[in-house]
Design a protein around this ligand. Structure first.
Ligand code: BEZ
Length: 198
């Protein structure tokens, strides 16, 4: 299995910063088991969430991998999630946890204001943005599984289990958390629907 821990520790895009905005688009939305200074609903432009990354170490096994979220580039798309302002020491344990193909990447974030409105709309409010960090599993990593019919992905998720628990719990918790954020995500909600039909 690939181990991206050492690679990530050289991807110091925020060297010298006392805090960093980490953008969660997967399990980090509903499970933040690390200390953070602040958390804000946010989104990123030009990316779509997909259950295209294999999980051999958390939500599946090497023999029966599960599927977890990654992002693919999509012009004009918006991906909603949760941003956490963290101190840099929080990254090392995350690097170890997400070593199966995820690499740190720097992205521009846009925050959603406390009323749930996206900033910078017709109200004339200024758009509040910051550079942030994501963990991205790109299509050239060995654990990448890629596209498949939704029914096949739902079947795989329904049956996979790993040290972090059932794969279906990951999908259902993510769909619930996105609904609570008021976020649109056709892929996730269609997968949730397929899973519930099984
Ligand atoms: C996330 O929730 O953003 C995430 C968590 C682990 C690996 C990749 C992404």
């Amino acid at each position: 299995m690939l181990d991206t821990t050492a690679l990530n520790q050289q991807r110091n895009f925020f060297d010298g910063h006392s805090s960093i905005w980490l953008f969660g688009y997967g399990s980090l939305i509903w499970k933040a088991d690390f200390d953070y200074l602040e958390r804000r609903s946010a989104y990123i432009h030009g990316w779509e969430r997909r259950f295209w990354q294999g999980s051999h170490d958390h939500r599946g096994t090497p023999e029966a991998p599960g599927r977890v979220a990654t992002l693919i580039r999509a012009q004009g798309a918006v991906c909603h999630g949760m941003a956490y302002r963290i101190t840099p020491d929080v990254l090392a344990p995350l690097d170890r946890r997400e070593k199966n193909g995820y690499l740190r990447e720097k992205v521009p974030l846009t925050f959603v204001d406390e009323n749930g409105d996206e900033n910078g709309d017709e109200s004339g409010e200024a758009t509040e943005q910051s550079e942030g960090l994501i963990y991205l599993a790109s299509d050239d990593n060995p654990a990448f599984l890629g596209e498949a019919p939704l029914t096949d992905i739902a079947q795989q998720i329904a049956h996979a289990h790993g040290p972090s628990g059932a794969n279906k719990e990951y999908l259902l918790n993510l769909a619930t958390a996105l609904r609570e954020l008021g976020a649109e995500d056709a892929h996730i909600f269609a997968l949730e629907h397929q899973l519930k039909l099984l």
